[in-house]
Every structure is written in structure tokens, then in C-alpha cells.
Design a protein around this ligand. Sequence first.
Ligand code: FES
Length: 163
Amino acid sequence: MADETPRPSLLETPIGRRRALAVLGASAAAVALEACGTGDSLAPRGWVAADVDPANLKQDEPVTVRFSGTVGGTAVSGSAWLVLREADELVAFDPKCPHADCAYEWTDENRFSCVCHEAFFDLDGNVISGPPRRPLDEYRARVIDGRVELYVPADFATPRPTG
Ligand code: FES
């Protein structure tokens, strides 16, 4: 004869509850990592001033600029790569390599180079070669009242040193 005793559900047993919470925690962590990995910070963003005279920018010649300001009540400062594209279009790149957050440089070969794992990116931030699976993260940039501003997240983090 079959056992008629009702079985507790997975969430009604202490071990089942712990395991379920562990699974939920791992799923939440995976979602958080994915959000970080794509550069889609959920932190508020805001315009901050960059320390560059827009008159000194040359088309297709990236320069690193420092910025500082307040975003969502948080003081934010750091640096970014700024590129003047045609028709006065500005774009800024997050200074962290999208592979593992190392700093990268613009080279004489007209490409960005990350020495941590030998990655290269073109002027548009696209991966030329190396382990990164996505392009450089971009920030919006504009010229207002003769000064350059960048649209950065409140949780901006500086790159890892390459040395
Ligand atoms: S951190 Fe740049 S290639 Fe790995």
C-alpha cells in the first residue's frame, strides 16, 4: 500500500529552505555580475565638468581628461578618454578595460591598448583583438558654455593599475 503521508514542499524543510535561498542568492549575484559586466551601472548618472578646453581637441585624437562633480549627492572624480568625432560630436570612454578593469592607453598605432592581457580597441572602442568580449564603455559628452561635460555614474571606479 502506498504511503499517504503528505510530503513537505522544498521550502518547508530547513535544508530545502537553505538550498533554495542559496540558489536565489547565486541567481541574484549572477544578475549583479552581468549588470557590472556590461557596464550598465544602475547608479544614477549626472553631468560633471572635465578639465579640457574644447578648442584644444583635435578630431580623432583621443585625450585623457580628468573630471569631477557631484552626481546624486555623491562626489565623483576620475578620468576618461575623450574623442572628438566629426561634426563636433564628442564621446568619452570609461578608462577601465571591459575585460578586467585595467587601465589602457592610446598608442602611436592609432588604437587603444590594454597591456594586462594584450587587448586592442579601435577609435570607436570596438575590440580589435584580445580577450574582451565587448567594446569600451561609453559616456555621453557635450560642450556647454565653452566647457566639456561628461555624463558619468555616481559609482564611477578608477581602473586597476597595470603594473
Ligand atoms: S584587463 Fe584588459 S585585456 Fe584583460
